[in-house]
Design a protein around this ligand. Structure first.
Ligand code: PLP
Length: 402
């Protein structure tokens, strides 16, 4: 019997997510997703690292966990200890780190450890779609906190925590992307990080810090991680090599106290994350990470300039945005009359893929006329041509830009 003729439908359990669409190739002008700049991928360095590490210790691939145990390849965790100390001011040891298959698995493990159906969590109102969807799928209610140019508004966070307390609700965590927020590109200043920690302690609600973009700050200087400022250990910190090196490697990590880590380890039943990726990264990063990242940042900044210039040229005042402090996204406001969910399809038909704002927000109404554009992956030429094509579709569908 061919698999096409077998009917799986009656066997599917209730509550499965909607079926995935079949991949039909990348569009010509792709401003979606978190893809990186192919020209800045340190390919030669990765090839040399792979050769060196495999020749030296390749035979450890014959064991699950590479003789490093279930928390991941020890030299990679040791690199992270040094990096997190130098960049983010975090004091942790290799034993506090769990290597994951991308930080998406980190999100799943933290959620699996802390959340159950009916729970409430606090998140930034405009937020990473992958985080929002994971909450929806688990039947968890996200309470969105508005952002301003300096990230999550602490007055609004305080009010939300008080309001929930009055209703007898203790949120499971405060999820934040404080260092180059997705999608707004804001950076939470130290004062707000400290204020968030005070609220966290006062309400007994831990902070879940997602630092996925922390390496991509134009100035190269970042505030200390919230984890670094915490005195009581109530912060779970996750990060990734997707944005600094390459997303297809699928390597992320969690820094957490053992009480939480031991629960996550018990949930991580995949026999360990990809070993080759971890070995190559450890070998490459120890020698080259701090030289590679500034080169990547300069290239991304140049692409952002091209995107902002192209939007100014083709949309004029119809496209409003703040110059983000780093990252790979621009969060763009279009005039009130534009419905980004309705712009998306005709734009795709014209070969331009965008992320409509409502998919990146828990406030669908307020984000109706916003879109997120990723500028890391398309070339300068593609950015220019793609924005011109998008403006044409927007004019045809909504009469803007005039
Ligand atoms: C805020 C945030 N967290 C986590 C992820 C997941 O990244 P990865 O699984 O590639 O590490 C992303 C990806 O874009 C993201 O934007």
């Amino acid at each position: 019997m061919s698999s096409a003729s077998f009917d799986f439908a009656p066997l599917l359990p209730a509550g499965l997510p909607a079926p995935a669409a079949r991949w039909s190739g990348r569009v010509k002008f792709d401003f979606t997703g978190g893809n990186n700049d192919a020209d800045r991928l340190p390919l030669e360095g990765l090839i040399a690292a792979a050769e060196a590490v495999l020749r030296r210790e390749g035979r450890t691939l014959s064991t699950y966990g590479l003789n490093s145990g279930p928390q991941g390849y020890r030299p990679l965790r040791e690199f992270l200890v040094a990096k997190l100390k130098a960049d983010a001011g975090m004091a942790c040891t290799a034993d506090d780190i769990l290597i994951t298959s991308g930080s998406l698995q980190a999100l799943d493990l933290v959620n699996g450890t802390l959340l159950e159906r009916g729970d409430t969590v606090i998140i930034e109102e405009n937020c990473y779609q992958g985080s929002i969807n994971r909450l929806t799928r688990r039947g968890v209610t996200p309470v969105g906190i508005p952002l301003d140019r300096e990230g999550m508004r602490i007055d609004a966070l305080s009010n939300a925590l008080d309001a929930l307390k009055r209703k007898g609700i203790r949120p499971k965590y405060i999820y934040t992307i404080p260092t180059v927020q997705n999608p707004t590109g804001t950076i939470l200043p130290v004062g707000r990080r400290e204020a968030m920690l005070r609220l966290s302690a006062a309400h007994g609600v831990p902070i879940f810090e997602d630092d996925c973009y922390c390496d991509l700050i134009w100035s190269g200087e970042r505030p200390p991680a919230i984890h670094a400022l915490s005195e009581c250990g109530g912060v779970i910190h996750i990060g990734s090599f997707s944005k600094s090196i390459a997303p297809a490697l699928r390597v992320g990590y969690i820094v957490a106290p053992w009480d939480a880590m031991s629960r996550m380890l018990a949930l991580k039943t995949d026999g360990g994350s990809g070993a080759l990726e971890q070995m190559v990264l450890a070998e490459y990063c120890a020698a080259h990470f701090f030289k590679h990242v500034p080169v990547l940042r300069r290239s991304l900044r140049a692409k952002l300039e091209t995107l902002m210039e192209s939007l100014n040229e083709h949309f004029g005042r119809a496209a409003e945005f703040d110059d983000p402090k780093g990252g790979i996204f621009l969060w763009v406001k279009l005039p009130e009359g534009v419905d980004a969910m309705k712009l998306y399809q005709p734009a795709l038909a014209a070969g331009v893929a965008i992320n409509p704002g409502p998919e990146w927000s828990v406030n669908k109404d307020a984000s109706r006329n916003w879109m997120r554009l990723c500028f890391a992956s398309p070339s300068h030429e593609e950015i220019h041509q793609g924005v011109a094509a998008l403006a044409e579709v927007c004019r045809r569908e909504f009469g803007v830009p005039a």
